[in-house]
Design a protein around this ligand. Structure first.
Ligand code: SF4
Length: 206
């Protein structure tokens, strides 16, 4: 199973296939592979296995950054994310978390953004998806009520904690891109529009 893989000068970490959303645009709906790597996990790797996979990747050379992403929501494994982030920070390797922004909902007794900042996380990319809760719920089908508001709040917390923060949206006809850009500007985050990935996308065919 693929725990760590390289693409675009980065190392990506795939530590869970579980998620608190069921997005209509999720890659998992039509493929098991990204950049030629099979990201379906037969079980979740423990911390030692994640660090071993990282060390093996670094034997191949340096990376621009290490990104928590994969086929699931990384903050479902918050303790592992924090431990790996600390490991990277000690080695002065840049780290980024790609998240659906449910981290605080998933871990209600924690101070997730503050803990990520304390571990040394450099950047977070929060999937805003939509300009309002109605469209968000249609596209993401989250397990939580009021998830949209929590996503924006989580991004605000990350900005306040000093983590380089950006909101992302997928370029879909239901999404008011400019309204989403306005939300990002209002909370002091960056903004990025991602293309919709399909079975014909380069990332999937690789
Ligand atoms: S948040 Fe990401 S992993 Fe989860 S269902 Fe949506 S696209 Fe898939």
């Amino acid at each position: 199973m693929t725990i760590a893989y390289r693409a675009k000068g980065n190392i990506y970490l795939n530590i869970t296939n579980r998620c608190s959303s069921d997005c209509v645009f999720c890659l998992k709906r039509f493929t098991d592979t990204v950049y030629g790597y099979d990201l379906r996990l037969s079980r979740e790797p423990d911390l030692d296995e994640i660090l071993q996979a990282l060390e093996l990747e670094f034997l191949e050379g340096p990376a621009d950054e290490v990104v928590f992403v994969g086929f699931g929501e990384p903050t479902l494994r918050l303790d592992e994310v924090l431990a790996v982030t600390e490991w990277l920070s000690l080695r002065r390797v840049r780290s980024r978390l790609d998240t659906n922004g449910h981290g605080q909902l998933i871990n209600p007794d924690r101070q997730v953004a503050a803990e990520l900042a304390a571990a040394g996380l450099d950047a977070v990319s929060v999937s805003l998806v939509a300009h309002n809760a109605e469209v968000y719920n249609q596209l993401c089908r989250p397990i939580y009520d009021k998830a949209f508001r929590a996503v924006v709040r989580f991004a605000q917390d990350c900005v306040a904690a000093g983590i380089q923060t950006r909101l992302t949206v997928v370029d879909l006809p239901e999404v008011d891109i400019e309204a989403c850009r306005g939300i990002a500007e209002r909370i002091g985050a960056g903004f990025h529009v991602r293309p919709l990935l399909t079975p014909d996308s380069e990332e999937v065919r690789a």
